[in-house]
Design a binder for this molecule. Structure first.
Ligand SMILES: Cc1cc2nc3c(=O)[nH]c(=O)nc-3n(C[C@H](O)[C@H](O)[C@H](O)COP(=O)(O)OP(=O)(O)OC[C@H]3O[C@@H](n4cnc5c(N)ncnc54)[C@H](O)[C@@H]3O)c2cc1C
Length: 410
């Protein structure tokens, strides 16, 4: 592992630093800096436009498609500088991180011209329609059907756990387009407009009143025939690249949010005196060690990528498993430190009604730590469960025998 960055990247780092100084609100990042709710909303709206004008959204994409064609090390520096000052660096997670790169890799030129500009500007918001009631880890069991009718696909079926479907303009979904083919072979990857009569979105309310994900029912929903990405019945391969993007992470910045949160937890322990409890100290030290492991592993992964010795499966699956389990453990520790205080809802009720903040009820105003505790429960599930990540590491990285496939009786 070599922690020195090439000298020429420092010039680029300085350019980004200057851009951030010029564009972030005055006082950003200084102790005591805060924005009113209205100002925060205005900032969020304006920021995506500034990012777009600066060319920073998806800056590693080719210039031909609106990126800056950044090298890997430049992208890392870009992420580091934004993370250093905690400035957001995306227009729409599903667009920038999942469907955008998938479109770049698999779509036709016409599809790229149609969808990429809206993704970069953040003017089309997306949701991901993969999971179904009987197809989660075993995604290839999906039953939603799509059949051609004239110039259109007609879609019938159900998706579930679809995050932000209630806000999305488009869904990238997997549908069975050849029911007679073996289950991985008869699937296609479709881009379907959400605002139409054949689509009903039903939010699923969580224990804290948030409703960030949904069930979606398709009853003769339609999309143009040409909205299939990567070819008819080739959707499994296309979907695997999307999931690969979801499981990857920003090598040298991913650990920072855990570090920040741990600092907050330590401050709580100092405030209420639990920091002198030897068992709490031991658990805090373990959490700190885990964050350090993530940090060092990030540099190791970056070094491997630069040297061309990078193992995508090992990195993606191993990382996902490690950070999600670390985070659950740490948030349990946080609530133990808070003790009975952790049961009191200390969040700001005026924040709580903003559905985009994953909080849905003003009578259940969770604090940041409480919200993070709740959300951490889901992190070993979404994007491939921790058990599935272990299977990937076991089979594809360590070369262990494949798990036995259960055979239906009869
Ligand atoms: C916060 C959140 C957001 C989500 N957002 C989306 C979204 O936007 N779009 C979308 O399509 N989906 C989304 N999902 C769904 C997610 O992808 C699925 O929940 C996940 O793939 C697991 O599927 P499942 O829930 O059906 O569980 P199952 O696959 O039924 O698994 C149940 C349990 O069995 C275990 N298990 C299953 N198979 C094996 C195996 N072979 N070996 C060992 N153990 C196994 C699992 O690890 C798990 O513990 C989201 C989920 C969450 C929690």
């Amino acid at each position: 592992m070599d922690l020195r960055y090439p000298a020429e990247t420092e010039e680029f780092r300085a350019e980004i630093r200057q851009w951030l100084i010029d564009n972030l609100p005055e006082g950003w990042g200084t102790p005591g800096f805060s924005m009113s709710k209205e100002r925060k909303k205005a900032f969020n709206r304006d920021w995506v436009k500034r990012l777009y004008d600066g060319g920073w959204i998806c800056a590693s994409w080719p210039q031909k498609y609106g990126g800056k064609g950044l090298s890997l090390i430049e992208s890392v520096v870009l992420n580091e500088e934004f993370a250093r000052v905690e400035a957001p660096l995306r227009a729409d997670f599903f667009g920038d991180t999942l469907v955008g790169p998938t479109i770049l890799q698999w779509a036709t030129e016409d599809q790229k011209q149609q969808f990429i500009p809206g993704i970069l500007r953040g003017t089309i918001s997306w949701c991901q329609g993969f999971s179904e009631p009987d197809a989660g880890s075993d995604l290839a069991s999906l039953k939603t059907r799509a059949e051609v009718d004239g110039d259109e696909w007609v879609i019938n079926g159900q998706k579930v756990w679809t995050t932000q479907a209630q806000f999305a303009d488009y869904i990238f979904l997997l549908a069975r387009t050849d029911p007679d083919a073996p289950k991985h072979a008869g699937i296609s990857y479709l881009l379907v407009p959400m605002k139409q009569d054949g689509i009903e979105v039903r939010p699923i309310e969580q224990v804290d009143g948030s409703a960030d994900f949904n069930e979606i029912f398709f009853t003769n929903a339609r999309c143009p025939k040409e909205n299939v990405v990567g070819g008819v019945n080739n959707g499994w391969k296309v979907a695997m690249t999307t999931l690969g993007f979801e499981r990857g992470s920003s090598a040298t910045t991913g650990y920072r949010r855990f570090r920040r949160e741990l600092d907050q937890i330590v401050a709580e322990a100092q405030r209420n005196g639990r920091v002198s409890d030897p068992l709490i100290r031991q658990r805090l030290a373990r959490a700190w060690t885990n964050v350090k492991i993530m940090e060092i592993n990030g540099y190791r992964a970056l070094t491997d990528s630069l040297n061309g010795t990078h193992h995508a499966d090992a990195l993606g699956a191993g990382n996902k498993m490690f950070w999600s389990e670390h985070h659950q453990e740490t948030m349990e520790l946080a609530l133990d430190i808070l003790g009975l205080d952790g049961q009191i809802l200390t969040g700001d009720p005026t924040d709580a009604v903003d559905a985009r903040l994953k909080r849905g009820r003003d009578d259940y105003p969770v604090s940041d730590l409480q919200a993070s505790f709740f959300f951490s429960r889901s992190e070993t599930i979404w994007g491939g469960t921790a058990e599935i990540q272990r299977n990937i590491v076991g089979e594809r990285v360590l070369g262990l025998p494949k798990e036995p496939k259960p055979v239906a009786p009869g």
